[in-house]
Design a protein around this ligand. Structure first.
Ligand SMILES: Nc1ncnc2c1ncn2[C@@H]1O[C@H](COP(=O)(O)OP(=O)(O)OP(=O)(O)O)[C@@H](O)[C@H]1O
Length: 248
């Protein structure tokens, strides 16, 4: 492939954020933020309120930037759900923001609706999928009878079955037990798609080729997981050693 066509093909698969200002409520979360994200595994780290979920919401088209553009595989992010509904999938920090249907198999079947699969077939497919995960007994279970970690697991299964090309995982390990965390790590390692993971548990992204450290809406460091995680930890250690600020 000629160099120019190669470059265009790469750009077409990329997530690009260009000169973005994002305002939520009265708070400016990002100001003149630009990023090109093409690596297969990317970690997002940073303090509470740094902007990790806001970045995901923007990439999903849930929040529109006031200035600048967000493009996913060459499409404006806010047009993705209408024009290419199978392109981006997001695992929300809170499973209750994601789950719609009353049973596990119905929720998984919903993930197949963008593919145009008829509902009865989608339910059958969801059951077979659960069987491959040794979870056949979960199919008819009511979501309300599941624990928080189990609901987070269902949300992950819903993304896996939908198989979008870009997976955005917002603190996916937060409620999972140790076997669940190991399973998710294995699933992510085996996924053929691009995966972006936001987490406070640095060990889950330390081995990634690229990690972004967000600090108050700006990129404080961007590079291999080992060095960016070490820099963030060193900064946290320095700040933790400071005397607590006086209460107003
Ligand atoms: N609905 C909202 N309205 C106004 N401001 C918001 C809203 N949601 C988040 N913010 C603000 O946007 C900033 C970024 O929040 P965001 O949720 O993206 O952070 P985060 O890095 O995901 O944090 P956490 O690690 O706690 O999940 C914060 O200053 C937060 O107060």
């Amino acid at each position: 492939m000629p160099v120019c066509a190669n470059w265009r093909a790469k750009m077409g698969r990329m997530l690009t954020i260009q000169d973005v200002t994002l305002v939520r409520g009265s708070h400016t979360v990002f100001s003149a933020l630009s990023l090109n994200l093409a690596e297969p595994r990317i970690g997002l780290i940073g303090d509470n309120g740094a902007g990790k979920s806001s970045l995901f919401r923007m990439v999903c088209g849930l929040d529109l930037p006031r200035v600048g553009s967000v493009q996913v595989h060459g499409l404006p992010a806010h047009e993705v759900s209408a024009k290419r509904p199978g392109l981006v999938g997001m695992l929300f920090q809170n499973p209750d923001d994601q789950i719609i249907f009353p049973t596990v198999e119905e929720e998984l079947a919903l993930s197949l609706s963008p593919s145009g699969m008829p509902r009865r077939e989608a339910i059958g497919h969801a059951r077979s999928f659960l069987q491959t995960r040794q979870l056949a007994h979960w199919g008819a279970r009511s979501i309300s009878s599941l624990s928080q970690g189990q609901r987070q697991h269902v949300c992950w299964l819903a993304l896996l079955i939908a198989a979008p090309q870009l997976l955005l995982l917002d603190e996916p390990y937060a409620s999972l037990d140790l076997p669940g965390q190991a399973r998710l790590t294995q699933d992510i390692a085996q996924a053929s798609q691009q995966v972006i993971v936001s987490t406070h548990a640095l060990d889950h992204v330390r081995g990634f080729g690229r990690v972004l450290w967000l600090d108050q809406g700006a990129v404080r460091a961007d590079g291999p997981g080992h060095s960016v995680c070490a820099a963030y930890q060193a900064d946290v250690a320095t700040r933790s050693a400071l005397p607590a600020p006086a209460l107003q």
